[in-house]
Ligand binder design. Sequence first.
Ligand SMILES: NC(=O)NCCC[C@H](N)C(=O)O
Length: 417
Amino acid sequence: MTGIHVTSEIGNLRKVCVHRPGDELLNLPPDSLDRLLFNDVPFLDVAQQEHDAFVDMLRSQGVEVLYLENLVAETFDASPKFRARFLDQFIAEASIKGDQMAKEVRAYLDSFEDNLALVKKTMAGITRSELDLPRTYPYTTLQDMVNEHFNRDSVLVVDPMPNLCFIRDPFACIGESVTVNRMHSPIRNRESLYMEHLFSCHPDFVNTPQLLSRTDPYSIEGGDVLNLTRKSLAVGVSQRTEPAAIDHIARNVFWNTEGSEIERIFAFEIPPYSEFTHLDTVFTQIDVDKYTVHPAILGSMRVYEMSKGSRPGEVRIKRHVDALERILEYATGVDGIKLIPCGGQDRLASVREQWNDGTNTLCIKPGTICVYQRNKVTNDLLYKEGLELLVVPSAELSRGRGGPRCMSAALQRADVL
Ligand SMILES: NC(=O)NCCC[C@H](N)C(=O)O
């Protein structure tokens, strides 16, 4: 079955898209980690082994796993025009300093015969030493001339995309539709180029309705989008997702998307700090009536309920201030919701395991969840609450500050609520 179908966070997971960490993790200068939104320099071999274990676990649960890099390479194999069009845009957005340098990079990328190797190269970043630069140019720009004399030690000519393994963020699946996201920071925004490409030319995705595209002028990231039920959607108003993006989605969902079942969108205000990066850093659903939660968010929350207005194009908005569990009960129609705090009552365990994405679980089916091995206090609590845990190794994968949900883009799930 092709296409997108996601109406919950917990219905049997059928198909996901992932990206296996690649050489982008070798192109991480420690003094650029803040700029690259990555927190450490992982050991690539082990990160890949851990990622393979994650994929093996998904497959053992009957989930079909697609690799982003393969999907993009398939489109290049299908048509040289798709390859050329992607590279045009890739170069345009790569922030390469100097026209001549951009031409050198383009010539280098054009020289790849193997399309999968080319796709991986675009993700990995490009260093100066990879390019066969002539000694002198007939310079046409000051920037190229300055490059020659002052940028010899500027190793990276094109930045890597180390966060691409957190594939949840560059797009989001909502029902049978997607958002292809303008991401908050320019450094991550290049990631959604791949999704824009797939949704415009891969035969399995080309007919998917888009609720928002990366050319829309407001940022949103998929970690902020949670499909609560067939009729209720949750979106975080966060450091990464602007309210105007949610307005745009609401208008499209309520007025312009044929067959959309969503009747209410709940916009959850979360603090605009990196500790609360996305809504799925703050809570994830693990069963019909259970959620893992970042303890710092407990207490009253401000949530905006959006629904279809009576005049054409109108969206109604109502504000709620209440505890998270009450709001989730109201939004899902499920009583007795239980929140399981990351790290339990132990404050130190809680901050440590939150740092390692203990809240960011991936639900495989109601009550069965994938968790990182290192979050032992939280995992023990979840186990005692009756959850079935699929534990994956996480010594290196966790270093970019994303958990199992971030590392997977659910493309198809069974319906539940
Ligand atoms: N949905 C998520 O919580 N994604 C994790 C993203 C981590 C990444 N280092 C970032 O800052 O964007």
